[in-house]
Design a protein around this ligand. Structure first.
Ligand code: NAG
Ligand code: NAG
Ligand code: NAG
Ligand code: NAG
Ligand code: NAG
Ligand code: NAG
Length: 462
């Protein structure tokens, strides 16, 4: 076998291709015979998969994704991770830079018999923070038109702004500095939609400031919120969403507020506003279904509303397959999030063939930095010194938001993995300078700030 691969050049590649095709065919054949084929898999069977992670790791290491991309789809993945990592003290920086995950995936036993070609895979999540005098991209004093006052730290009592002056430099990816002219040109006649929670709204406001340079451009930017039916329902303090169009390039930037990304359904039709709601873990929010065909770039996120307190407060009842959830894996909130993330990714992926121009991203969880308590029990984040816990990320163990990473694996939905590098920026939150006197905000970020970087990474991929 060895001399088969010992020579280089075209013939070697042909042999490699032929053998790949044979292995691929065998895999397809084996797959079609596989009793785990799950077209009509019941919920409880799917739940079984939550417990059979070891099996998955095995199939992960023996079936090469790039050889058989179609096999590596939702049937293999399933809502299989409960390993959402809650590691407040993990020292991301100190992890050794060896055995990169992506390189490992390139080495498939029995295929690369010769020297494995170690390709450097672009992973925006791996890299370092570097001080940069060209930051920020816009002024926190000036971008009043797009920034919520509660997030514009320049307008608060905060006095230190060193956090504004860093850029993220991925190790193996080209990431040009954000340039608003280039961005708008690239997005000519296109729509970019953020759908998610308040951290999604931060990313949206950040992009509005980046795209306008933080300047007032009233005559150049048109409010098209109504085109998307995004109105303010009477008791609400703000819209379900916002949409603005840059007249010159006909570029639309939109935000829709959906904290779970799931469809909500009023359960009591005679009392639709104040009764209970079914929160369908296996159905995407209706807005997405209605408007997906109008988007060119979609950025989803869901994270911090997945807790019992918030669900109860909203009177949201977890539903799956049209009935209240009974399965204990789904009653567990992080299990429910995994399941919802998996389902929304599966749905978006199934829509992509119908919308060839659409690029879909799932942004991972934005990290919280409460110390000595939570948001409502005196937790705080008082550091003003950048990068005290390191400036590098070596993600050989994958994303810190494993459910998102697992869900997008093998789909055409891309991960926007911001968790680990944002985790190094505990000094960049609103902290005690927000509008709510008693509580510290160690969840949302000062703007300009970290969400600008998320948008740069997005910009590099669209
Ligand atoms: C997964 O791939 C198999 C084999 O290509 C295909 O039959 C099946 O429909 C796919 N499932 C999904 C959900 O895409
Ligand atoms: C603006 O872009 C949309 C697509 O997003 C397109 O349908 C529409 O025709 C464009 N409008 C103009 C005036 O070019
Ligand atoms: C539905 O709402 C009405 C009006 O508030 C109330 O009288 C009724 O008890 C509710 N039904 C249920 C099943 O909760
Ligand atoms: C949910 O399950 C995970 C993993 O099995 C466990 O660590 C966590 O404590 C559970 N959460 C709740 C609220 O039961
Ligand atoms: C992280 O690791 C570095 C180097 O090993 C060490 O100097 C630093 O104190 C660690 N930080 C934390 C927060 O553990
Ligand atoms: C990465 O994963 C390996 C094997 O699962 C484990 O031994 C190692 O401690 C992990 N490293 C980090 C930094 O989490």
């Amino acid at each position: 076998m060895n001399n088969l691969f010992a020579f280089s050049g075209v013939r070697g590649k042909q042999y490699f291709l032929t053998i790949s095709v044979i292995i691929f065919t065998i895999l397809v054949w084996a797959w079609e015979r596989n009793p785990l084929s799950t077209t009509h898999m019941s919920l409880s069977q799917q739940q079984f998969r939550v417990h059979s992670k070891e099996k998955y790791s095995q199939s992960f290491s023996t079936k090469k994704k790039s050889l058989a991309p179609n096999l590596w789809n939702t049937t293999l993945i399933g809502p299989s991770t409960n390993k959402e990592k809650q590691v407040p003290n993990s020292n991301v920086t100190s992890a050794p830079p060896t055995a990169l995950r992506n390189d490992q995936a390139e080495q498939v036993p029995g295929v690369f018999i010769g020297k494995p070609t170690v390709k450097k895979v672009c992973n925006f999540a791996q890299g370092k923070w570097v001080a940069d005098k060209k930051r920020p991209f816009y002024s926190g004093f000036q971008c009043k038109q797009w920034l919520s006052p509660m997030w514009a730290c320049r307008l608060m009592k905060r006095k230190d702004f060193s956090y504004e002056g860093f850029k993220w430099v991925p190790d193996n990816c080209d990431m040009p500095d954000f340039d608003r002219e280039t961005f708008l040109k690239r997005m000519k006649d296109k729509t970019i939609a953020f759908v998610g929670d308040s951290l999604g709204r931060q990313q949206f406001q950040s992009l509005m400031c980046m795209a306008t340079g933080g300047r007032r451009l009233k005559s150049n930017v048109q409010d098209v919120t109504k085109e998307y039916g995004l109105v303010r329902p009477p008791p609400a303090i703000r819209n379900d969403g916002y949409a603005y169009r840059f007249r010159k390039t006909n570029t639309t930037i939109l935000f829709y507020w959906s904290v779970s990304l799931c469809r909500l359904e009023a359960l009591n039709s005679s009392n639709p506003k104040n009764g209970y709601f079914a929160m369908h873990l296996d159905q995407p929010v209706t807005f997405l279904k209605h408007y997906l065909h109008m988007f060119d770039v979609l950025v989803l996120n869901t994270g911090h509303h997945w807790n019992r307190g918030k669900l109860n407060l909203n009177r949201w009842v977890l539903y799956a397959m049209g009935s209240p959830v009974k399965d204990k894996n789904l009653l567990n909130i992080s299990g429910a999030r995994n399941f919802a993330v998996y389902n929304i990714v599966k749905w978006v992926n199934s829509q992509l063939p119908h919308h060839p121009r659409l690029k879909a991203f799932f942004r991972t969880k934005s990290p919280r930095h409460f110390v000595d308590g939570d948001w409502n029990t005196g937790g705080s984040c008082d550091s003003t010194t950048p990068l005290t816990s390191g400036y590098r990320v070596f993600p050989q163990n994958g994303s810190l938001d494993a459910p998102v990473e697992t869900a997008v694996h093998g789909t055409d939905v891309k991960i926007l993995d911001v968790t680990a590098f944002s985790k190094l920026r505990d000094e960049s939150h609103i902290s005690k300078f927000g509008s709510k006197v008693a509580t510290h905000d160690c969840l949302h970020w000062c703007l300009p700030g970290i969400p600008d970087v998320w948008n740069e990474i997005l910009f590099a991929q669209i």
